[in-house]
Ligand binder design. Structure first.
Ligand SMILES: C[S@@+](CC[C@H](N)C(=O)[O-])C[C@H]1O[C@@H](n2cnc3c(N)ncnc32)[C@H](O)[C@@H]1O
Length: 223
């Protein structure tokens, strides 16, 4: 993967960034996502935010090598603190972090989003608490997908502020749109999860939550 060839995961994220967006990519690491989108002429401007010095320098280098300093601002900052009001950000991507980390980043500086920006989230686990935060903070889920790459199942969740919506516990766990669509990738993911959780239940004293999830997944997969 580099600034020209994104992983399939980041390609699917890129496809959810509206044309002409002013993107804030938080936790940008090498800055590959904003740089690829800018090179393709798909976004108007971007901020690449990084909390750690080594990835921050890597993002600065990628932007410099591509000659995109006029269009992509790289900032060393914690979460949404990378965004300034004058950036006019219309889309925020938070990818490749745990769902709880993404939720905490959103919670900490939520006001910086002014409620207008589309959120494009790719959590590595912790989807349920992240969806709960979205619901409790006036976001509606517009798009969800599951994809598998390098033996990992990834979920992408796209949300925007909208009419209040109440998701059930099952919808928060599986994803309201994913549950409806029941794609092949989604069913395979949950078949694998079920086997894993059943093994945990069989071999160790697991919390009650694991038994509940096994029940939910078994019911989901029933023909
Ligand atoms: C696994 S990398 C993912 C990089 C890229 N977004 C992707 O999906 O390929 C996670 C990055 O998030 C950064 N990160 C973690 N917490 C952060 C925070 N609070 N604010 C900004 N960046 C953060 C880490 O330093 C790391 O570079």
């Amino acid at each position: 993967m580099n600034e020209q060839t994104l992983s399939m995961r980041l390609e699917r994220v890129a496809a959810q960034v509206p044309a002409g967006a002013r993107l804030a990519d938080i936790g940008s690491d090498h800055g590959y996502l904003p740089v690829a989108l800018m090179r393709r002429g798909l976004i108007a401007a971007a901020v690449a935010g990084e909390v750690a010095l080594t990835p921050f320098r890597a993002a600065e280098r990628t932007v410099r090598e591509e000659g995109l300093e006029q269009h992509i601002t790289v900032r060393l900052a914690n979460g949404l603190a990378a965004i300034e009001p004058s950036d006019g950000i219309t889309a925020v991507s938070l990818c490749g972090m745990g769902g709880e980390t993404i939720r905490d980043i959103l919670e900490r500086d939520n006001m910086r989003l002014c409620g207008k920006a589309r959120l494009i989230l790719q959590p590595n686990g912790g989807e349920q608490p992240l969806r709960r935060w979205l619901m409790e903070n006036g976001y509606r889920i517009l798009h969800e997908e599951v994809l598998r790459e390098n033996r990992f199942d990834y979920e992408i969740i796209v949300a925007e502020r909208g009419e209040p919506v109440a998701y059930t516990d099952l919808e928060l766990y599986f994803g309201p749109l994913l549950m409806q669509a029941r794609s092949e990738a989604f069913l395979r993911k949950w078949q694998r999860r079920l086997r894993l959780k059943q093994r945990i239940l069989a071999h160790q004293a697991a919390p009650e939550e694991v038994a509940r999830h096994v029940r939910w997944i078994s019911e989901l997969l029933e023909p």
